[in-house]
Design a protein around this ligand. Structure first.
Ligand SMILES: Nc1nc2c(c(=O)[nH]1)N[C@H]1C(S)=C(S)[C@@H](COP(=O)(O)OP(=O)(O)OC[C@H]3O[C@@H](n4cnc5c(=O)[nH]c(N)nc54)[C@H](O)[C@@H]3O)O[C@H]1N2
Ligand SMILES: Nc1nc2c(c(=O)[nH]1)N[C@H]1C(S)=C(S)[C@@H](COP(=O)(O)OP(=O)(O)OC[C@H]3O[C@@H](n4cnc5c(=O)[nH]c(N)nc54)[C@H](O)[C@@H]3O)O[C@H]1N2
Ligand SMILES: [Mo]
Length: 762
């Protein structure tokens, strides 16, 4: 494998400072931190205007995460959180990145900056092109950019040589128009960030309960008697979820946290929106902390089910037999399979003490309203789909789905990643969706499935994918196997990115590259028929409007909708779809969505209601839309992991100061790690065994299917993490994640389980 010549990693240390990990999350320090952040990067008047509008009815949808907003009672000062503020400040920054900067700095020079420094360059302001063989980006007129894209697309031997990526901030309206264009052009090559994120949840849930989304609402969380939070760090990634967990506790609920590391937010939480909570010093959220070993979740869940089965055998009515008989299939097979394992063996594989598992099992046996929440700690594994299906098994046994206070809660990442999928951003669309799309728009969509993220990278690497177009995101840095992905992108004839901010994907490019700067969530969007709003779907299937209020950083920016419509107009001959007309008034796009996608009846009317509307959700009503019409128990094998001497399992996680590949700052405040991202967290026992000290400098290696990958220069720090497990930050450690290591069925890269070896730098 050849390594690209352009630098793709910045190797300089920034000066590690270690402190004790925090036990408390949010509270006053979080308010101070967010105010400082806004003050540093934003115009004060803009900051004030925005703070009143975040996640308000009639305001804009915070571009941070997909956590839902309360249906009625919203905080007067905005449903904000520290990390939402950082996401907004990052977008609404007063700094602009102009053509001058590109004229004065070559791509090679900009590549030397760290991701943190690149992010601080400011908002992109005009379309730019990197011509074949050029060293610098230069300005290009919009119409010339569109015509170049059209020319490249139409020169392809087949539409399947083009790849169209989507990140999850894209609105429903832009996503719908985008997929309509791509399918009119003739391909289903629609990889998206979901492929690297909750795809395992989508696949796991669809097969078992007939819908790839969670079943609970916010009110269910308030009402639950037990919430088990698995593989998730909400204190950093979904801070507003902590408020919901606190409400659950106030109502007498119990919380079990299953995580290899004790994450701050789950231990003690102070709600910044509640003066009482600040005075009382907060709530300890977790009642039972289960320090599972990396990928020990199937084992842990099986151990729980075996304990419940023993109680059932002993004549206690633990399983909801009435629910099981009326609504499920495959129960006997599950029980027969469970009996082939022992509690002891499962406990050992999970790395958790049997007594602790028994405590968790008691809570799950004697409470009726159970919710299980999860995120990347469960999905980004080879057995990511099994992880989710084992959760479903447990919930089904207890009849804990489709009733108040109970159900599945995959906590989504990007603010509209769920909506994008609803709009048809999917490489494997259902025939019924395509039939309707074809009928309404009088097109002929291709039926063959397209590339997901992993197969898209492989295709470009093999020079089969030739034009790469991205609607948002940072494909290079977010994808696994950074050097392999870099080569893949460099093989393309054109890479084009619709973006708000510069990122590394603009620096590792095809032979020609385009930067197409767009409006962000917080910007005013004025089209032919006047000011427009867009809509987004949150983690719980609520569709709401979102309208920016700030003057965009440059007159040259276009909305994502406008960009798509112009590309379609330039590219497609004989198209009967009124692209530009639809882009002039987003109501027209919503009218089309209403005709094609179930659940959007009277879209334009209902989206104007203050709190939006709920999409239909079969699992919520015990209507399981599976092939047999039942909720299905599944049989999942018990993973058995063995490490040889000197091997470790590595997870790649987010720090408190980043949004995926956007690095807001260099601190991970809750974990006590300051001013450095090139670190590796290890158990003190593992550090001692190697005879190392804190801050030992090391290089990391992963060997998989005969290829060895490396990532150099990391500093060892001791951390509370199971022996044999280590943690690094995403995206610094992405070069170690093998392109061919992904989840069965969902193809999600195994970002939470990479076998590595560690060598000291002498
Ligand atoms: N501020 C901020 N907010 C964000 C994001 C961000 O980067 N910054 N990203 C957004 C996106 S796209 C997403 S998908 C979400 C991500 O939200 P999270 O999934 O919370 O993010 P990660 O940092 O990947 O954390 C994974 C958690 O799973 C645990 N874990 C890892 N492996 C295992 C395992 O095998 N078993 C168990 N039980 N636990 C495990 C880790 O210790 C960690 O606590 O957040 C969204 N919100
Ligand atoms: N090792 C490892 N890798 C991972 C993960 C992990 O946990 N570990 N997590 C995975 C997950 S869960 C995800 S979701 C992916 C994320 O993958 P992506 O979604 O591709 O990455 P982001 O970093 O969120 O994208 C940031 C860029 O989006 C652009 N942007 C921001 N707002 C807008 C907007 O409104 N419109 C447009 N057009 N552009 C915008 C900006 O230019 C910014 O630089 O990464 C995955 N990669
Ligand atoms: Mo994600």
């Amino acid at each position: 494998m050849s390594t690209p010549k352009i630098e793709i990693e910045n190797f300089d240390y920034t000066g590690l400072i270690l402190k004790e990990p925090k036990e408390k999350a949010v509270g006053i320090p979080a308010i101070i931190s967010s105010v400082k952040h806004m003050a540093k990067y934003m115009d004060p008047i803009d900051a004030f205007k925005l703070s009143l509008k975040i996640n308000q009815k009639g305001g804009f949808d915070c571009p941070g995460c997909a956590w839902p907003d309360p249906d009625d009672d919203r905080s007067a000062i905005g449903e904000y959180c520290e990390n939402g503020i950082k996401a907004i400040a990052e977008e609404a920054t007063k700094k602009s990145l102009t053509a001058d900067y590109f004229a004065n700095h070559s791509v090679a020079e900009i590549s030397k900056l760290s991701d943190f420094e690149i992010g601080k360059l400011g908002r992109l302001t005009e379309p730019m092109i990197l011509k074949n063989g050029a060293t610098h980006y230069e300005p290009i007129q919009w119409k010339d950019a569109f015509s170049l894209i059209a020319k490249e697309l139409n020169a392809l031997a087949t539409p399947d040589d083009a790849i169209f990526y989507t990140s999850g901030r894209t609105s429903n309206e832009a996503a719908y128009l985008y997929q309509l264009f791509i399918r009119s052009f003739g391909t289903n090559n629609l990889p998206d960030c979901s492929n690297m994120c909750h795809e395992s949840s989508g696949v796991g849930l669809s097969e078992t309960v007939g819908i790839g989304k969670g079943s609970v609402t916010l009110n269910d969380l308030y009402e639950a008697e037990v919430i088990m939070v698995m593989g998730q760090n909400p204190g950093t990634n979904h801070p507003r979820m902590l408020g919901a967990l606190e409400k659950c506790k106030e109502n007498g609920g119990k919380i079990i946290t299953v995580n290899p590391i004790p994450e701050a937010g789950m231990v003690n939480f102070i709600d910044p929106q509640s003066p009482m909570s600040i005075l009382k010093g907060g709530t300890s959220l977790t009642d039972l902390y289960v320090p599972v070993r990396l990928n020990g979740d199937v084992a842990f869940l099986k151990a729980i089910m075996l304990i419940l089965l023993a109680k059932e055998d002993a004549g206690e009515n633990i399983f909801d037999q009435e629910f099981i008989t009326s609504y499920t299939a495959n129960y006997e097979a599950l029980i027969t399979d469970l009996r082939t394992y022992t509690i002891q063996e499962c406990a050992e594989e999970s790395g958790v003490d049997v007594l602790l598992i028994k405590e968790a099992a008691e809570l799950l046996a004697y409470n009726q309203k159970i919710i299980i929440c999860w995120a990347m700690g469960l999905t980004q594994h080879e057995n990511g789909v099994s992880n989710i299906q084992e959760i479903v098994n447990l919930l089904l046994l207890r009849g804990a789905i489709g009733k108040p206070g109970a159900g599945t809660c995959p906590v989504r990442g990007h603010s509209n990643v769920q909506g994008d999928r609803t709009m048809g951003i999917w490489e494997a669309p259902k025939p019924a969706f395509l039939d309707k799309l074809d009928q309404v728009h009088n097109i002929k969509s291709p039926r063959e499935h397209g590339y997901h993220v992993v197969s898209a990278i492989e295709a470009m690497h093999a020079e089969k994918g030739k034009v790469f177009f991205a609607m948002g995101g940072n494909f290079l840095s977010a994808s696994p196997d950074t050097h392999f992905t870099a080569q893949a992108l460099q093989n393309c004839s054109l890479t084009a990115h619709v973006s708000t901010k510069l990122n590394r994907s603009h620096l590792i490019t095809g032979r020609q590259a385009l930067i197409l700067p767009c409006l962000g969530r917080t910007d005013k969007d004025v089209q032919a028929d006047g000011e427009q709003f867009v809509s987004c779907e949150n983690s719980m299937g609520v569709v709401q409007s979102s309208q920016g209020i700030l003057t965009p950083p440059s007159k040259q920016l276009k909305s994502e909708v406008a960009i798509v419509s112009e590309i379609a107009n330039f590219t497609l001959q004989n198209t009967n779809i009124p692209w530009l007309n639809m882009a002039g008034n987003y109501d027209k796009i919503r009218d089309a969505i209403e005709q094609v996608i179930p659940g959007f009846e009277n879209y334009n009317e209902r989206i104007r209601k203050p709190a939006g509307f709920y999409l239909p959700n079969g699992a919520r009503e015990r209507k399981f839309d599976t092939e047999n019409g039942k909720a299905n128990f599944t049989i999942n094998t018990l993973p058995k992991h063995r490490l040889a001497e000197g091997e470790y399992f590595m997870m790649t996680i987010r720090s408190h100061d980043q949004y995926n590949t956007t690095i807001y700052g260099l601190d991970d405040r809750y974990r006590g790690i300051y001013n450095e991202r090139r670190i590796i967290m290890m158990n003190q026992i593992d550090i001692d065994a190697r005879g190392w000290e804190t801050q030992q400098e090391v290089n990391l290696f992963s060997a998989f299917n005969g290829v060895t990958r490396e990532a150099r220069k990391f500093l060892v720090i001791p951390y509370t993490i199971p022996v044999g497990n280590v943690a690094t930050y995403f995206p610094e450690a992405n070069p170690l994640i093998p392109i061919d290591s992904y989840a069965a069925k969902s193809h999600t890269p195994t970002s939470k389980l990479v076998k590595i070896t560690i060598k000291e730098v002498s």
